[in-house]
Design a protein around this ligand. Structure first.
Ligand code: DX5
Ligand code: ZN
Length: 222
Protein backbone atom coordinates (compact mmCIF):
# COMPACT_ATOMS: atom_id res chain seq x y z
CA UNK A 1 0.00 0.00 0.00
CA UNK A 2 1.31 3.44 -0.90
CA UNK A 3 1.87 5.68 2.11
CA UNK A 4 1.15 9.39 2.31
CA UNK A 5 3.70 11.17 4.46
CA UNK A 6 2.70 13.94 6.83
CA UNK A 7 4.53 16.28 9.17
CA UNK A 8 2.99 17.14 12.53
CA UNK A 9 5.11 19.82 14.24
CA UNK A 10 4.67 19.73 18.01
CA UNK A 11 4.01 23.16 19.44
CA UNK A 12 5.44 22.03 22.75
CA UNK A 13 8.71 23.35 21.31
CA UNK A 14 7.16 26.64 20.11
CA UNK A 15 7.25 30.00 21.86
CA UNK A 16 4.14 29.86 24.08
CA UNK A 17 4.08 33.65 24.27
CA UNK A 18 3.16 33.78 20.57
CA UNK A 19 1.42 30.54 19.68
CA UNK A 20 -0.94 32.17 17.18
CA UNK A 21 2.00 33.47 15.15
CA UNK A 22 3.75 30.11 15.39
CA UNK A 23 0.69 28.40 13.88
CA UNK A 24 0.61 30.95 11.09
CA UNK A 25 4.27 30.16 10.36
CA UNK A 26 3.54 26.43 10.30
CA UNK A 27 0.76 27.00 7.82
CA UNK A 28 3.00 29.10 5.57
CA UNK A 29 5.68 26.41 5.82
CA UNK A 30 3.11 23.88 4.56
CA UNK A 31 2.89 21.60 7.63
CA UNK A 32 0.04 19.08 7.44
CA UNK A 33 -0.91 18.90 11.11
CA UNK A 34 -0.37 20.86 14.30
CA UNK A 35 0.53 18.40 17.07
CA UNK A 36 -0.79 19.60 20.42
CA UNK A 37 0.58 17.89 23.54
CA UNK A 38 -1.81 17.88 26.48
CA UNK A 39 -0.30 16.79 29.81
CA UNK A 40 -1.98 16.50 33.19
CA UNK A 41 0.84 16.09 35.72
CA UNK A 42 -0.58 12.64 36.60
CA UNK A 43 -0.22 10.33 33.59
CA UNK A 44 3.02 12.20 32.87
CA UNK A 45 4.97 14.36 35.32
CA UNK A 46 4.70 17.51 33.24
CA UNK A 47 1.81 19.94 32.68
CA UNK A 48 1.36 21.70 29.36
CA UNK A 49 -1.55 22.91 27.26
CA UNK A 50 -5.26 22.61 28.11
CA UNK A 51 -8.72 23.15 26.65
CA UNK A 52 -8.81 26.99 26.64
CA UNK A 53 -5.56 27.16 24.69
CA UNK A 54 -6.87 24.75 22.05
CA UNK A 55 -10.02 26.85 21.78
CA UNK A 56 -8.07 30.08 21.32
CA UNK A 57 -5.83 28.50 18.72
CA UNK A 58 -8.83 27.15 16.82
CA UNK A 59 -10.18 30.69 16.59
CA UNK A 60 -7.08 31.74 14.66
CA UNK A 61 -6.23 28.61 12.64
CA UNK A 62 -7.97 26.23 10.26
CA UNK A 63 -5.21 23.62 10.39
CA UNK A 64 -5.69 20.00 11.46
CA UNK A 65 -5.23 19.87 15.24
CA UNK A 66 -3.69 16.54 16.18
CA UNK A 67 -4.38 16.50 19.92
CA UNK A 68 -2.24 14.06 21.90
CA UNK A 69 -3.88 13.49 25.28
CA UNK A 70 -1.26 12.47 27.85
CA UNK A 71 -3.83 12.44 30.61
CA UNK A 72 -5.21 9.78 32.94
CA UNK A 73 -8.77 8.67 32.06
CA UNK A 74 -8.85 10.72 28.86
CA UNK A 75 -12.51 9.87 28.25
CA UNK A 76 -13.40 12.50 30.85
CA UNK A 77 -12.20 15.22 28.46
CA UNK A 78 -12.89 13.96 24.95
CA UNK A 79 -16.05 16.01 24.47
CA UNK A 80 -14.44 19.21 25.71
CA UNK A 81 -11.40 18.88 23.48
CA UNK A 82 -13.67 18.11 20.52
CA UNK A 83 -15.75 21.21 21.22
CA UNK A 84 -12.59 23.27 21.64
CA UNK A 85 -11.55 22.40 18.09
CA UNK A 86 -9.58 19.15 18.01
CA UNK A 87 -9.50 17.52 14.56
CA UNK A 88 -7.97 14.29 15.80
CA UNK A 89 -7.79 12.98 19.36
CA UNK A 90 -5.20 10.46 20.48
CA UNK A 91 -5.62 8.50 23.70
CA UNK A 92 -2.99 6.39 25.47
CA UNK A 93 -3.98 2.74 25.99
CA UNK A 94 -2.11 2.81 29.32
CA UNK A 95 -4.30 5.65 30.61
CA UNK A 96 -7.72 4.49 29.48
CA UNK A 97 -9.88 1.67 30.85
CA UNK A 98 -12.67 1.79 28.26
CA UNK A 99 -10.87 2.19 24.96
CA UNK A 100 -13.76 1.02 22.76
CA UNK A 101 -16.20 3.45 24.35
CA UNK A 102 -13.66 6.27 24.08
CA UNK A 103 -13.15 5.57 20.35
CA UNK A 104 -16.94 5.52 19.88
CA UNK A 105 -17.24 8.89 21.55
CA UNK A 106 -14.45 10.47 19.52
CA UNK A 107 -16.07 9.22 16.29
CA UNK A 108 -19.53 10.38 17.36
CA UNK A 109 -18.15 13.89 17.79
CA UNK A 110 -16.86 13.92 14.23
CA UNK A 111 -13.21 13.75 15.30
CA UNK A 112 -10.57 11.34 14.00
CA UNK A 113 -9.67 8.75 16.66
CA UNK A 114 -6.16 7.49 17.33
CA UNK A 115 -4.60 5.26 19.95
CA UNK A 116 -1.14 5.55 21.40
CA UNK A 117 1.38 3.32 23.13
CA UNK A 118 4.31 4.36 25.31
CA UNK A 119 7.74 2.76 24.78
CA UNK A 120 7.22 -0.10 27.29
CA UNK A 121 3.81 -1.17 25.94
CA UNK A 122 3.97 -4.09 23.49
CA UNK A 123 2.80 -3.48 19.95
CA UNK A 124 0.24 -6.30 20.18
CA UNK A 125 -1.91 -4.22 22.51
CA UNK A 126 -3.05 -1.99 19.62
CA UNK A 127 -4.21 -4.86 17.42
CA UNK A 128 -7.76 -5.24 18.78
CA UNK A 129 -8.46 -1.61 17.81
CA UNK A 130 -6.82 -1.36 14.40
CA UNK A 131 -9.99 -1.75 12.39
CA UNK A 132 -11.57 1.10 14.36
CA UNK A 133 -8.92 3.81 14.26
CA UNK A 134 -7.29 5.62 11.40
CA UNK A 135 -4.02 6.19 13.24
CA UNK A 136 -1.74 4.60 15.80
CA UNK A 137 0.83 6.74 17.60
CA UNK A 138 3.95 4.89 18.65
CA UNK A 139 5.84 6.94 21.23
CA UNK A 140 9.56 6.91 20.56
CA UNK A 141 10.33 8.57 23.92
CA UNK A 142 8.69 8.36 27.33
CA UNK A 143 5.87 10.88 27.13
CA UNK A 144 6.15 14.09 29.10
CA UNK A 145 8.97 16.15 27.66
CA UNK A 146 10.28 17.40 24.36
CA UNK A 147 13.91 17.24 23.36
CA UNK A 148 14.58 13.60 24.36
CA UNK A 149 16.51 11.01 22.37
CA UNK A 150 14.61 8.52 20.23
CA UNK A 151 14.49 5.00 21.74
CA UNK A 152 15.56 2.65 18.93
CA UNK A 153 13.51 -0.35 20.12
CA UNK A 154 10.30 1.53 19.37
CA UNK A 155 11.10 1.37 15.64
CA UNK A 156 10.67 -2.41 15.72
CA UNK A 157 7.21 -1.95 17.22
CA UNK A 158 6.17 0.48 14.49
CA UNK A 159 7.46 -1.93 11.85
CA UNK A 160 5.46 -4.79 13.39
CA UNK A 161 2.28 -2.71 13.34
CA UNK A 162 2.90 -1.70 9.72
CA UNK A 163 3.44 -5.36 8.78
CA UNK A 164 0.21 -6.35 10.52
CA UNK A 165 -1.72 -3.56 8.76
CA UNK A 166 -0.38 -4.61 5.38
CA UNK A 167 -1.06 -8.30 5.97
CA UNK A 168 -4.63 -7.41 6.89
CA UNK A 169 -5.19 -4.79 4.21
CA UNK A 170 -5.81 -2.02 6.72
CA UNK A 171 -5.37 1.58 5.68
CA UNK A 172 -3.54 2.88 8.72
CA UNK A 173 -1.48 5.91 9.56
CA UNK A 174 1.39 5.19 11.91
CA UNK A 175 2.62 8.26 13.73
CA UNK A 176 5.82 8.44 15.74
CA UNK A 177 6.57 11.04 18.37
CA UNK A 178 9.76 11.92 20.16
CA UNK A 179 13.35 12.62 19.21
CA UNK A 180 12.81 12.67 15.44
CA UNK A 181 15.22 14.87 13.50
CA UNK A 182 16.32 15.02 9.88
CA UNK A 183 19.35 12.89 10.84
CA UNK A 184 17.31 9.90 11.98
CA UNK A 185 14.23 10.40 9.78
CA UNK A 186 15.25 7.69 7.32
CA UNK A 187 15.26 4.96 9.96
CA UNK A 188 11.83 6.11 11.15
CA UNK A 189 10.39 6.07 7.62
CA UNK A 190 12.03 2.67 6.99
CA UNK A 191 9.96 1.34 9.91
CA UNK A 192 6.76 2.17 8.03
CA UNK A 193 5.93 5.35 9.94
CA UNK A 194 4.12 7.91 7.77
CA UNK A 195 3.14 10.69 10.20
CA UNK A 196 6.11 12.40 11.79
CA UNK A 197 5.83 14.44 14.97
CA UNK A 198 8.73 16.80 15.48
CA UNK A 199 9.05 19.46 18.16
CA UNK A 200 12.62 20.63 18.44
CA UNK A 201 13.28 19.16 14.99
CA UNK A 202 11.01 21.85 13.52
CA UNK A 203 11.20 24.77 15.95
CA UNK A 204 14.91 24.78 16.82
CA UNK A 205 16.72 26.91 14.28
CA UNK A 206 14.91 27.99 11.13
CA UNK A 207 11.36 26.63 11.05
CA UNK A 208 11.01 27.09 7.29
CA UNK A 209 14.30 25.38 6.44
CA UNK A 210 13.60 22.54 8.88
CA UNK A 211 10.12 21.94 7.50
CA UNK A 212 11.39 21.98 3.92
CA UNK A 213 14.05 19.41 4.83
CA UNK A 214 11.39 17.03 6.21
CA UNK A 215 9.30 17.35 3.05
CA UNK A 216 12.36 16.79 0.84
CA UNK A 217 12.89 13.46 2.63
CA UNK A 218 9.21 12.59 2.18
CA UNK A 219 9.43 13.29 -1.54
CA UNK A 220 12.45 10.99 -1.87
CA UNK A 221 10.09 8.19 -0.82
CA UNK A 222 7.73 9.06 -3.66
C1 DX5 B 1 6.50 14.26 24.34
C2 DX5 B 1 5.56 14.84 23.34
C3 DX5 B 1 6.17 15.16 22.04
C4 DX5 B 1 7.26 16.19 22.05
C5 DX5 B 1 8.22 15.86 20.93
O1 DX5 B 1 5.78 13.78 25.41
O2 DX5 B 1 4.49 13.93 23.10
O3 DX5 B 1 5.18 15.49 21.07
O4 DX5 B 1 6.80 17.50 21.89
O5 DX5 B 1 9.29 16.71 20.99
P1 DX5 B 1 10.68 16.39 20.25
O6 DX5 B 1 10.38 16.25 18.81
O7 DX5 B 1 11.48 17.58 20.58
O8 DX5 B 1 11.22 15.11 20.86
ZN1 ZN C 1 3.09 14.32 21.42
Amino acid sequence: MKLTYKLAPSILAADFAKLGEELARLKTAGADYVHIDVMDGVFVPNISIGIPVVRSLRACSDMFFDVHLMIQDPARYIKRFAEAGASGITIHLEACSGVDAAIDEIVSLGVQPAICISPDTPYESVIPYLSRVRMVLVMSVYPGYGGQKLIESTLTKAAAIRRYAEDNNLELDIEMDGGIKIDNLDTVLDAGVNVIVAGTGVFKGDLYENTAAFYRKFRERG
